[in-house]
Design a protein around this ligand. Structure first.
Ligand SMILES: [Zn+2]
Length: 111
């Protein structure tokens, strides 16, 4: 049984304007999607460990990785990546641990 490891979740995507798909040549059909990887224990996300970025064409469903990005995609990604924010729940395990330590500490000092 796997009780810890890494998982990823979709943390956001941006529509790319003015770029054409390298496979189906359609304009403005590409989305840059980012997945946030996180370390989990018992499926509870503990802390983020990295991001994975893809571009997907909504027309032909072709997905390309960040290293295959066209200069236009790279440009859009550079300007839009700050808009993609990692959700707070990726830290929930760590927050839980801190709260637990705080609770134990408060209980030990109140007596
Ligand atoms: Zn396409």
């Amino acid at each position: 049984m796997i009780i810890f490891g890494s998982r990823a979740s979709n943390i956001g995507s941006v529509l790319v304007n003015g770029s054409s798909c390298t496979y189906c040549q359609n304009q403005g059909t590409q989305n840059i999607t980012q997945f946030g990887k996180y370390f989990h224990i018992f499926w509870i996300p503990m802390f983020p460990i990295g991001r994975k970025t893809f571009a997907e064409c909504t027309h032909c469903k072709r997905t390309i990785s960040k290293k295959e990005f066209t200069p236009k995609l790279k440009e859009v990604y550079a300007t839009k990546k700050s808009a993609i924010k990692r959700p707070v729940w990726h830290w929930s395990g760590l927050i839980l641990v801190v709260l637990l330590i705080l609770a134990v500490y408060l209980m030990s000092t109140s007596t």
